[in-house]
Design a binder for this molecule. Structure first.
Ligand SMILES: Nc1nc2c(ncn2[C@@H]2O[C@H](COP(=O)(O)OP(=O)(O)OP(=O)(O)O)[C@@H](O)[C@H]2O)c(=O)[nH]1
Ligand SMILES: [Mg+2]
Length: 732
C-alpha cells in the first residue's frame, strides 16, 4: 500500500517519518478522522502524546497536541483515552490555549478535568510506589457533619470514652452541659474503643465557618456522619440535613461516599424514632444515586456512651471500616514514615503556635528519613500526603512550598479565628468591609509570624489585598447588593446587554459555601480594575464594559450580565468569557461534585432592568438556532433574536469573531476562520479535505487502513504521483 518512492523521495526512511515531516504525527491524523481503533494502537505502540502539529498551518497554526486536536474535534472517547494515558491537559498552544479551551460544554470540561486529576494522582502514586515501595496504614477518616448544636462534639467525646470511664461519665456528667461551638474544624487522630484508630474531623455547624469546610470534605477513605437534633421542628430539620448532604455531594466526585444519618437528643422524645426513619427514607430516595446512605436508623443521646444505639453505631462504623480498608491501598513508604514523624516535627521543629515548615526546613527533616531524598520525589510524596489530608502542601507562585504539619491548626486556629464573627465584628471593618493588617495582627498576636499566616490566607483564597495593608475577606461580607448599584445607563438606546446563568442542575446540588467568596477573591485577583463586592454580588469594570455577577436569592444560580454603554460587543464577549472561566475554575476547585446547567439570560429583560433574571435553556437556544433564530419566552411573553442573547447581536463586520459555541462541533464550525486556504471537510467514512489551495506542498493521498493485527493499524500511504496530489484521504 505504500509507495516507497513517495516516502523515499521526501528523504524519509519510514512512513512515520514521512507523516511527521509534514508536522502531523500519525496520531494527529488518526484523531482528525476519528479512527479510535488506530488511535488506541498508536498509543499502545508508544506514540508521542505531546507531539505538536505543524504542517497544516491553516488548521493548527498554533502547534496542537493530539489532545488539543481531539478536544477540538469533539471526540470525547479519544479525549478520555488520551487523558487516561497521561496526555497533558495543561499543554498550551502557541496562542496559549489548553485542550479544554476547545471544549465548550461545561459538563464535559468538568468531567475531563476530574478524569485528568484522577489519572495524575494515580500516575504519581504508582511512581512513588515504584520508587519507595509501600506500607499498609489502617486508618480511615470520620467526618462529623450537621447543624450547630446538634451534638457532634459531644458524640465524639462519647465515642472516645472507654468502657470504665463510660460508666462514670454516663452517671456523673451533668445533664446541662454548656454548648461550646467548634470553631472551624476540629481534627485529630483518636482511638474509638471497639472501632480502632480514626482520623476525626469534627466540623463546626455554624454557617460562618462553612466557607473553609469544603477544602477538607473529600471522601478518600471517609465515612460521614450527619447528625441532627430530633427536637428541632420537622421542616428545619429536613432542610438542614438536606443542606449537609448536598454539601457532601458538592465536595466529592469519587464513587458514592458512605454516609450515616443519626438523630440526637433521644432523651427528650418518645416519638423520635418514627421521625428519624421518615427523614432517612426521604433522604435516601433523593440521594440514592450520589451517596451511600446506611439504612439503619439511629436515635442517640450523644452524652451517653453505653446506650444501645451508640453501640449499634460503633458496630456499623466497624463494618464500614473493614469495607473501606478492604480496598485501601498501601501508602508509599516515605509518606507512611512522614505521617509517623509529623507530631514529633511539629513539636521539635516549629514554634508552638505555628506548626508550619518552610520547604528547606521540611526537606532537612525528610533527610532524617532518607538521606538522598530529592526535591521532586519529596514534592510528589508531599502532594500525595496532602491528597490524603495528612498535611497541607501549599505551593507558592514565586517561592518554595510551605508545609502545614497540622491541618487542624490551620482549620481551627487560623481559619476559625478569621471567620469567627467576634474577631472581625462589622464595626471594626471600617470602610468597604476592609480588615487592616493591624487588626489581623491583633487577632493573631500570639503567633510570631503573621506574614506567614497572611500568605496562607491568601494561598487558600480567603482574602485579597491590593496594597499589603488592607485586606478584603469575602467570606466576611455581610451587606447584600443595594438595587441602586445596577441602574439603567444614561444612554439606554445604545447600551448593549447580554448574559449567562449557571444554575444547579438537580435538587441534590448546591454551590459549596466556599464558592461565591472564592469567585470574589478571584475577581479581585484576576481583573484589571478593583470590583465592588457584596455578600451576594459583584460589579466589575473594564474598558467599555460593566458586568454584574449576582447570586440568586436561593443561592442556586449565578447570573453574569455584561453591558456596554458604547455598544462595544467584542469587549462584552471577552469580559463574559473571562468571568465564565473564573466561575468554572472555582467550581472545579471547591464544588467539584456539583452538576450545573448553563442558561442564557434574556437580553431584553436585562435591558428593562427587571428585578429578577429571566433565562432560556440551551436546548431552546439550540433549537432556535437550527430554525429561524428566534426564541420565545413563555413567562415574559415576548420573543428574542438568539444572536442578541449570545453576542449582543451580530454585526456584519464582526462575523466570525468571538462567537460562542456550545458544543464542540459547533465551535469547530463557528469559531475558526481558516484564512485564505479554506478547504472542505465532509464527515463520514471517506472524509477528505481539499488541499488545493494549501501552499505547503503536494502531499498526495494518505490513506489509513484498517486496524487489524497484521497492519498494526499503522497509517499506510497510498502511492501517487508526487506533484499533483491534492487530496488527503482516509479510509477505514
Ligand atoms: N439532652 C441532650 N443534650 C445534648 C445531646 N447532644 C448534645 N447535647 C448538648 O447540646 C449542646 C451542643 O452540643 P455540641 O456537641 O457542642 O454540638 P455541636 O454539634 O458540636 O455544635 P457546633 O460545634 O456548634 O456545630 C451541648 O450543650 C451538649 O451538652 C443529646 O443527645 N441530648
Ligand atoms: Mg462542635
Amino acid at each position: 500500500m505504500i509507495d516507497r518512492d513517495v516516502v523515499m523521495n521526501r528523504g524519509c526512511d519510514t512512513v512515520a517519518q514521512y507523516i511527521e515531516m509534514f508536522g502531523w504525527t500519525a496520531l494527529h491524523l488518526a484523531i482528525f478522522h476519528g479512527r479510535t481503533g488506530v488511535v488506541e494502537l498508536l498509543i499502545q505502540h508508544g506514540a508521542d502524546l505531546e507531539a505538536r502539529s505543524g504542517f497544516l498551518r491553516v488548521f493548527t497554526q498554533d502547534g496542537r497536541t493530539a489532545l488539543h486536536l481531539a478536544s477540538w474535534r469533539g471526540q470525547t472517547g479519544v479525549v478520555e483515552l488520551l487523558i487516561q494515558h497521561g496526555a497533558d491537559l495543561e499543554a498550551r498552544t502557541k496562542n496559549g490555549k489548553t485542550p479544554l479551551d476547545f471544549v465548550h460544554d461545561q459538563d464535559s470540561r468538568r468531567s475531563l478535568k476530574k478524569l485528568a486529576n484522577e489519572v495524575a494522582v494515580e500516575i504519581s502514586y504508582h511512581n512513588l510506589m515504584k520508587q519507595s515501595g509501600g506500607e499498609k496504614v489502617d486508618r480511615f477518616k470520620l467526618c462529623l457533619c450537621g447543624p450547630q448544636e446538634a451534638g457532634k462534639s459531644t458524640l465524639m467525646e462519647s465515642f472516645e470514652t472507654g468502657f470504665v470511664f463510660a460508666f462514670i461519665r454516663d452517671r456523673m456528667t451533668p445533664d446541662n452541659q454548656p454548648h461550646e461551638p467548634t470553631p472551624g474544624v476540629n481534627v485529630g487522630t483518636t482511638n474509638i474503643p471497639g472501632v480502632g484508630q480514626v482520623s476525626v474531623w469534627d466540623f463546626a455547624g455554624q454557617s460562618e465557618y462553612a466557607v473553609t469546610h469544603s477544602m477538607f470534605m473529600d471522601a478518600e477513605n471517609t465515612i460521614f456522619i450527619v447528625l441532627y437534633n430530633i427536637m428541632v421542628d420537622h421542616e428545619t430539620q429536613t432542610k438542614e440535613v438536606h443542606w449537609w448532604l448536598c454539601f457532601i455531594k458538592s465536595c466529592n466526585t469519587k464513587s458514592k461516599p458512605y454516609v450515616i444519618l443519626a438523630a440526637s437528643h433521644a432523651d427528650q422524645t418518645d416519638t423520635g424514632h418514627q421521625r428519624a426513619s421518615f427523614i432517612l427514607e426521604l433522604m435516601t430516595s433523593e440521594f440514592k444515586d450520589h451517596l451511600n446512605i446506611s439504612d439503619e436508623v439511629f436515635l442517640l443521646d450523644c452524652r451517653k456512651t453505653r446506650k444501645t444505639d451508640m453501640r449499634r453505631l460503633k458496630d456499623l462504623l466497624t463494618r464500614l471500616k473493614s469495607k473501606l480498608l478492604e480496598h485501601q491501598r498501601a501508602i508509599p513508604k516515605l509518606c507512611a514514615t512522614i505521617i509517623k514523624r509529623l507530631p514529633k516535627w511539629a513539636k521539635e521543629k516549629c514554634s508552638p503556635k505555628c506548626p508550619v515548615l518552610r520547604w528547606a526546613e521540611y526537606k532537612e527533616a525528610a533527610k532524617e528519613i532518607d538521606r538522598f531524598v530529592d526535591d521532586d520525589f519529596l514534592k510528589a510524596s508531599s502532594q500525595y500526603l496532602d491528597h490524603l489530608g495528612e498535611i497541607l502542601f501549599v505551593p507558592l507562585q514565586n517561592a518554595d512550598p510551605i508545609i502545614v504539619l497540622k491541618p487542624n491548626w490551620l482549620c481551627t486556629d487560623v481559619f476559625g479565628k478569621v471567620m469567627a464573627p467576634e474577631n472581625f465584628p462589622i464595626h471594626l471593618r471600617t470602610t468597604r468591609n476592609i480588615v487592616t493588617k493591624k487588626e489581623i495582627q491583633k487577632v493573631f498576636q500570639d503567633v510570631a509570624d503573621v506574614d506567614l499566616l497572611i500568605t496562607l490566607l491568601q494561598e487558600f483564597q480567603l482574602c485579597h489585598t491590593f496594597d499589603g495593608q488592607e485586606f478584603v475577606i469575602p467570606g466576611l461580607l455581610t451587606q447584600t447588593m443595594p438595587p441602586e448599584k445596577w441602574q439603567p445607563t444614561a444612554n439606554p438606546a445604545k447600551t448593549v446587554y447580554f448574559g449567562r446563568q449557571v444554575q444547579c442542575a438537580d435538587t441534590t446540588d448546591m454551590f459549596s459555601s466556599a464558592f461565591f467568596p472564592r469567585v470574589q477573591t478571584r475577581l479581585m485577583r484576576e481583573l484589571k480594575n478593583r470590583p465592588l463586592l457584596w455578600r451576594d454580588g459583584a460589579k466589575c469594570y473594564d474598558s467599555n464594559v460593566e458586568s454584574l455577577i449576582k447570586l440568586s436569592p436561593d443561592g442556586r444560580a449565578v447570573n453574569i450580565c455584561v453591558r456596554s454603554k458604547q455598544g462595544d460587543k467584542p469587549s462584552c464577549r471577552q469580559m463574559l468569557r473571562k468571568i465564565e472561566v473564573i466561575l468554572n475554575n472555582v467550581l472545579d476547585e471547591v464544588s467539584p461534585g456539583t452538576t450545573t446547567k448553563e442558561r442564557v439570560l434574556s437580553a431584553r429583560a436585562l435591558e428593562e432592568h427587571r428585578e429578577e433574571f429571566f433565562s432560556y435553556s440551551m436546548d431552546q437556544i439550540n433549537e432556535a438556532k437550527a430554525e429561524d433564530g428566534i426564541v420565545h419566552h413563555d413567562i415574559l411573553g415576548f420573543s428574542e433574536d438568539v444572536d442578541d442573547l449570545l453576542y449582543g447581536g451580530r454585526d456584519e463586520d464582526e462575523e466570525g469573531q468571538g462567537a460562542v459555541g456550545y458544543t464542540v462541533q459547533q465551535t469547530f464550525q463557528e469559531t475558526y476562520v481558516y484564512g485564505t486556504g479554506n478547504y472542505v471537510i465532509s464527515s463520514g467514512d471517506h472524509a477528505h479535505f481539499d488541499m488545493a489551495r494549501i501552499k505547503q506542498g503536494d502531499l498526495g493521498q494518505l490513506q489509513l487502513e484498517g486496524n487489524g493485527p497484521s497492519d498494526q493499524g499503522q497509517p499506510q500511504l497510498e502511492g501517487n504521483v508526487p506533484g499533483d496530489l491534492e487530496q488527503l484521504q482516509l479510509e477505514e
